[in-house]
Ligand binder design. Sequence first.
Ligand SMILES: Nc1nc2c(ncn2[C@@H]2O[C@H](COP(=O)(O)OP(=O)(O)OP(=O)(O)O)[C@@H](O)[C@H]2O)c(=O)[nH]1
Ligand SMILES: [Mg+2]
Length: 342
Amino acid sequence: MARDWRELFIVDGLAPAPAEDEAAGGEKRIGRFRRLRESLRKTRQALQTEIQATLFEDLSDETWERLEEALIYADVGAQTTAKVVAQLEQEAAEQKLTGGQQLSDRLVELLTEIARTGEDTIDLRAHPTVILVAGVNGTGKTTTLGKLAWHLSKELDRKVVLAAGDTFRAAAVEQLEQWAQRAGVGFVKGGLGADSASVAFDAIAAARRDDADVVLIDTAGRLHTQDNLMAELAKVRRVITKQIPEAPHETLLTVDATTGQNGLRQAQAFSETIDVSGLVLTKLDGTAKGGVVLAIAQRLNIPIRFVGVGEDTEDFGIFNAQEFVSAMLKTGAGEGADPRAP
Ligand SMILES: Nc1nc2c(ncn2[C@@H]2O[C@H](COP(=O)(O)OP(=O)(O)OP(=O)(O)O)[C@@H](O)[C@H]2O)c(=O)[nH]1
Ligand SMILES: [Mg+2]
């Protein structure tokens, strides 16, 4: 599983990381994991009491019920929960799981398997590579692209163009322009109310002209139930594909983690219209419903690419199933009773 930018993105012409960066990279990783753990605190606390309880108890019907309730509360989803708990129950019946600690470790393992879906890398070797973002209003599309532009430019030395495909509001264009300035990347916009497909067209043309590596295209927020707006999104995609048959190379959907199971319905509807290739789970800070990632991963089999844990450039990371599930389930020091602690 990818853990840093150089592992997630396949790029050409990138100088190897200097040796002294290795240690710094390790520290960064630890810092990122700490932030992820911190942002999953509420989800973890929701699960913790129940899981800790199973560590003491003999496995009984009540244990399984409590575990089910906890997972559902964390928005892991009824179907995913049922599948996982049935598997644990069966393994316990076969005497494969004897103590609560084994159960807890196996739970982490099963949830990690579920969270791990599909391709683990994003290929940026096409010039330009086109990445389109879509999602419901306010789910974090513009912020995600701004953060992504920053990381691609600073960490991977890519020449990036941000395209203001949200032409509905002047403020949306300004917001993206600020991100472009902050990241020091190119910026393409159209007139207010312009056809958003034409902005995408212009941005790709500009990227070709200026030999840019990546084009990131923002779109206006829309509800997955608004048919006319969903049709417009499909048109943006078609116009991109007309210019470059393989594009968009990546279509990201932003899902606001605080919306819980509704995020699953959104993901379902968007993926029917625009063939979503990756998910970005935003606003994981401040929700107890981080488990929705697992529901989406299991039901739709769309890989989760990134997580957003705040509003700043650094509050953004590559999704790593193992790290995520550990951060969601495993109790750390100072977070309440840990029966394993001496
Ligand atoms: N706490 C937190 N806030 C976030 C995160 N991602 C985005 N936000 C905030 O959520 C709000 C909406 O983010 P935008 O990026 O504007 O969302 P959008 O999808 O582009 O919104 P529309 O263009 O209006 O549909 C902003 O105030 C962001 O700063 C995150 O991961 N955590
Ligand atoms: Mg926006």
